[in-house]
Design a protein around this ligand. Structure first.
Ligand code: PAF
Length: 282
């Protein structure tokens, strides 16, 4: 039976009981407004663990003042239904004051990988992500935690955090889930009007094109990214934030494609910022 709790102590109590019974816990941290992408993480967690915990928390710390915290879509009722249908055991749905009570002043602040790609236009974002994910890990005490490859830089950073800070948690990355026409599923797709929704296809088309260039032997990162940028520029409603190739583990820019490479783009469609990527081992 699915349970929803809003207090950290309630979550702890339930999870401690499970741990005593020897159950393994799979954890899917989310900001809610759940879609098939999130459910693919839940399904994987369901396969690999005795119990599945989902957190639903729109984390104020990872939004800059000029970003979409207030208008970020929320629908707890629909989320609960989806979780129920997909065999989730526990939803943790805290209020901001429960996560950040008065006097809160501890942060997980990573250097290197958080400064590139999305870190450039969202300078405080990953400090907020690392801090909240660390807190959520301490609350849910999972054996395994599941993150979508859609947020590939986030996935890389969480893997790094867990390694650097010796957290006994296995981080599992899951493939990008797409709409039928290719657009990567995202809660932010809701912001797009009809014209923008059509224009947003430039992201997945550019990713496909980039992938093909690499499959055909392109190894020069500049040539690859220039071609991808040029392709994005063909869409009048699109404004490029970045199109870059980096080492997946370090998020450092590369000149030549070698090892595990993340090719990532961020594009504004109107005022909505969307991201997409592919990871390739060369
Ligand atoms: O990917 C997200 O939805 C968020 O960044 C996360 C990991 C739930 C932290 O707030």
């Amino acid at each position: 039976m699915l349970k929803t709790v809003t207090k950290v102590c309630e979550a702890r109590k339930i999870i401690n009981e499970w741990k005593k019974e020897g159950f393994t816990v799979g954890f899917v941290p989310t900001m809610g407004y759940l879609h098939e992408g999130h459910m693919s993480l839940v399904k994987k967690a369901r396969e690999q663990n005795d119990k599945v915990v989902v957190s639903i928390f729109v984390n104020p710390m990872q939004f800059s003042p000029n970003e979409d915290l207030d208008k970020y879509p929320r629908d707890l009722e629909a989320d609960t239904k989806l979780c129920e249908e997909n065999g989730v055991d526990l939803i943790i749905h805290p209020q901001p004051a429960e996560m950040y009570p008065d006097g809160f002043c501890s942060f997980v602040d990573m250097t290197g990988p958080t400064k590139e790609l999305c870190g450039k236009s969202r300078p405080i974002h990953f400090r907020g992500v690392c801090t909240v994910v660390n807190k959520l890990f301490n609350i849910a005490q999972p054996d395994r935690a599941y993150f979508g490859q859609k947020d590939a830089q986030q996935l890389s950073i969480i893997k790094r955090m867990v390694k650097d800070l010796n957290m006994p948690i296995e981080i599992i990355g899951c493939p990008i889930i797409r709409e039928k026409d290719g657009l990567a599923k995202s809660s932010r797709n809701k912001y797009l009007n009809e014209e923008e929704r059509r224009a947003a296809l430039i992201l997945s088309k550019t990713i496909l094109m980039g992938k093909q260039l690499v499959e055909n032997g392109e190894r020069n990162a500049k040539v690859l990214c220039d071609a991808m940028r040029k392709n994005i520029e063909t869409e009048p409603l699109a404004k490029i934030d970045y199109a870059e190739a980096v080492d997946f583990d370090t998020i450092e820019k590369i000149d030549t494609l070698k090892g595990t490479v993340l090719v990532a783009i961020a594009v504004y469609i109107g005022s909505t910022r969307l991201i997409d990527n592919f990871i390739v081992t060369v």
